[in-house]
Design a protein around this ligand. Structure first.
Ligand code: ADP
Ligand code: MG
Length: 389
């Protein structure tokens, strides 16, 4: 949360619409800490809501018009509140319209329109999920404005659907769930079979550095689909080979993978090793956090990255450069890629007292290899989406 952004938003809103906002909400971005590509294998993820987020200010109108302004671009779109349509130029508006459409489907279209504006400090498109933050803060504010009371899980799902159907991104539920279920000083433990989200308290003397490489490797969609297919085929193999039910890779243990890998298609074996190993690392990680063992937790993060690099092959030289550099930096406990992979960001676990020095060392190690430093931000585990006014 940032009082400065809240103040700027309130001022810009008042200047643009000639009155103060009635309601202001806030939703944070997120980092994925452990459990990579496990969500569509019905597995587990440890993630965190972060100290960067988006505010959404709104006031009701007497007529049926909706006016929506992106506060940093100062671009406004207008549409009938009861019939939003997908915009092909103001892409940013689709995330909000999609949430309004989802809420209207659930609660009935509103008769009264609104004036709204949003503003935040999450770097866009860097793997911190600015899109989920926008969906979640919009859903919170509009629900409050119209007196609707969706559950937190419903709000996350409305955001996910907006992303699928209005922004054209087939994401899992992780980003939105973390944004709504995040808690201060805690990670979120997600179970993507039962859709349960629980806080796990996080040691106070460590924090994260998020390193954005800005790398974007081609063929990401094709590579993503290949990984999903291999995981599904591997699950079918284990369903036939094991004498207990296997609905998804979540049901296969690492020991079972070791015992049967030689009988499988070689690439199916390799790909499936990653989500299977990640599930076990998440469960082990939760135990380690309960014991307060951040150092051992960090080692799991390094193992997770190694599994991405070797088995899932969703790392890239830029991410490997960050993780390799992190291994040699004093105070660093762990590092891994965060999110889909093939570029984007790496997350580094570091002792709080060493965080500034480690950030500088990471920037310079990256610059040494690529000429430009990667973008490093200090990230702390923060509270989830809420109404702030
Ligand atoms: P990520 O979610 O990792 O940041 P995405 O590509 O999923 O990356 O979402 C980024 C998009 O979300 C932006 O291109 C923009 O359309 C929209 N968006 C999110 N937050 C804002 C904001 N504060 N201002 C304008 N657009 C935003
Ligand atoms: Mg996104």
């Amino acid at each position: 949360m940032s009082d400065e952004i809240l103040r700027e938003l309130t001022e810009k809103f008042t200047a643009a619409y000639g009155r103060a906002p009635e309601i202001v909400s806030y939703a944070p971005g997120r980092i994925e800490v452990l459990g990579n590509h496990t969500d569509y294998n019905e597995g587990y993820v440890l993630s965190a809501a972060i100290n960067f987020g988006t505010y959404f200010a709104v006031a009701g109108r007497e007529d049926g018009e909706a006016r929506l302004t992106a506060g940093d671009l100062m671009e406004t779109v207008r549409f009938p509140v009861a019939a939003p349509e997908r915009s092909s130029d103001a892409m940013w508006s689709n995330y909000v319209k999609g949430c309004l459409a989802g809420l209207s489907e659930r609660f009935g279209a509103p008769a009264r329109g609104f004036d709204a504006m949003f503003l935040g400090n999450i770097p866009l498109g860097s793997g911190l999920s600015s899109s989920a933050a926008l969906e979640c803060c919009a859903t919170f504010a509009l629900s409050r404005l119209y007196g609707w009371e969706p559950s937190r899980l419903e709000m996350a799902k409305i955001g996910q659907r907006a992303e699928h159907e209005w922004a054209g991104v087939k994401c899992g539920l992780l980003d939105q769930a973390t944004s709504v279920f995040g808690e201060k000083d805690s990670l979120v433990m997600s179970d993507f079979r039962s859709n349960e989200f629980k806080p796990v308290s996080f040691p106070a003397d460590v924090c994260f550095l998020m390193c954005n490489t800005h790398a974007k490797h081609a063929l990401v969609d094709g590579a993503y689909n290949e990984r999903r297919e291999r995981c599904e085929r591997a699950a079918r193999f284990f369903a036939a080979a094991l004498d207990h039910p296997v609905a998804a890779l979540r049901d296969v243990s690492w020991d079972e993978w070791l015992a049967h890998r030689g009988e499988m298609d070689e690439l199916d074996a390799k790909r499936s090793a990653h989500p299977i190993g990640e599930d076990e690392r998440v469960l082990a990680g939760v135990d380690l956090l309960r014991e307060g063992d951040a150092a051992a937790f960090g080692r799991l993060m390094f193992e997770s990255h190694e599994s991405s690099r070797v088995y899932f092959e969703n790392s890239c030289p830029e991410l490997d450069t960050v993780v390799d550099a992190a291994r040699g930096i004093p105070g660093v406990l762990g590092a891994r890629l965060s999110g889909g992979g093939f570029g984007g960001s790496a997350v580094v676990l570091v002792n709080r007292r060493d965080a500034e020095a480690a950030a500088a060392a990471l920037r310079s190690a990256y610059a040494h290899r690529y000429g430009e430093p990667c973008d490093v931000r200090l990230v702390t585990c923060s509270a989830g989406a809420r109404i702030v006014r």
